[in-house]
Every structure is written in C-alpha cells, then in structure tokens.
Design a protein around this ligand. Structure first.
Ligand SMILES: [Zn+2]
Length: 215
C-alpha cells in the first residue's frame, strides 16, 4: 500500500519536523487514507510528548514538546542526550525522537524567569484552591488577592493564589483572618525549585529523565 511519504519544505527552503513523514494527500486509495489517519494521529501525539531541556551545563531548565525539541536540534541549538524508543519516518530516514535535549550554548536563566500570569499561578498551586484545598480544572479556578486589592493588596506572586469561585465569593473583600480561612501554603514566587518539582511530575513516566532531576 506504499504510503507515499516525502519530506516537505517550508517557505524558506528548510524542511520542518512538522512536515516529517507527511503523506502526500490523495496519493493512495481509501485504505491508504485510513492508515494515513492512524499514522497522523499517532505521530501527532508523539510530537506532543514532553522533552526535558537541559542547559549546556546539564542543569534542567525547561520542558518542551518533541516537535519544538526537534526544531531546536535541526537549528543546531540543541542536541539529543536521551532518545525515545519511538521514531518518526520520512522518505529517506527514520528520525529518532528525543526524550532529553541539551542546549549547546549556555543560557543564563534569570532568578525569576517565570512571568506572573494566571497560568503560572495555577501551575504553582497545582490547580488546587488554596482555601478549600480541592483540585479543580483551570476553568473553575480564579485568582484571589490574599490581601484584597481594595486594601492595597498588590498583584504579586506572594499575594495571588489559585482559588475556586465558591471560596472566592465567600471570602469577598476580606483578609483570610477576617474571613476565618487559612491558606494551604504560603504563596511564593515560581522558582527553579518549583519548576523542577513540576518537571519531575511531568517526567515521572520517563526513566531517562531521572539522572538529570536527581530523584
Ligand atoms: Zn475553594
């Protein structure tokens, strides 16, 4: 059934990992289309697999997706340190998929490199309402100013926490003491330490990450 795989080239003449193993549309019959769909689905999920990113010094600094990791490798910015067992195929090659990559040039990571954002606050608090300590989907969480804005509370890492709507409503414009509630944890900036805990959580299925994360 020879699915006609070829390497696609982007507008600037480089081939992209997005295009790796792309099947020429309409080149095969109905059976081929079906296997094409199956292949695409499998490849798409493989391309989303998490990849641990190490600094040039082997210090873990980030988690990215296979797709992005392969772009960094193609650009010569990073090299693979550990590989997945899986491969993606193009006409001429089977491309090994990385599990851990390392940047070739050292990148300085500022102490507080994480932007203060709703997404990062929810990540830090693990989607857990900091008052009732229950886990919610992101859509059911809001951000609570521990010291309310009306009382001079600022939008900082130390004054913003994940909070479910119910707790947010019942707390209202009061301090936790006034509302008779307690914070699950003292809110802290998103540090590299926090990031590393998250990396461990994300990578807990991947043995190949262990030696870089010391767990
Ligand atoms: Zn709550």
């Amino acid at each position: 059934m020879g699915a006609n795989r070829h390497m696609s080239v982007d507008s600037r003449g480089r081939y992209t990992p997005e295009a790796l193993g792309e099947v020429t549309p309409g080149s095969d019959g109905p059976a081929g289309s079906r296997s094409h769909n199956l292949l695409s689905t499998r490849r798409a999920s493989l391309m989303q697999e998490p990849v641990l990113v190490l600094n040039a010094t082997y210090e873990p600094i980030n988690v990215t997706a296979v797709r992005r990791a392969m772009v960094l490798m193609l650009k010569g910015v990073a090299q693979a340190e550990e590989m997945h067992n899986a491969e993606v195929h193009s006409a001429a090659h089977a491309h090994k998929v990385p599990s851990v990559i390392r940047l070739l040039a050292y990148r300085h990571i500022p102490q507080q490199s994480r932007a203060l954002s709703r997404k990062n606050i929810l990540l830090r608090d693990r989607n857990t309402c900091q008052f009732c300590v229950r886990v919610f989907p992101s859509s059911e969480l809001t951000l609570d100013h521990v010291l309310p804005r009306s009382r001079g509370g600022r939008s900082t890492w130390e004054n913003l926490v994940a909070c479910c709507y119910r707790c947010n409503n019942s707390k209202g414009d009061r301090t936790p003491e006034e509302a008779g509630v307690k914070l699950a944890r003292k809110p802290r900036p998103f540090t590299l330490h926090t990031s590393r805990q998250l990396m461990r959580l994300i990578g807990h299925r991947d043995e190949r990450w262990r030696k870089y994360l010391f767990y």
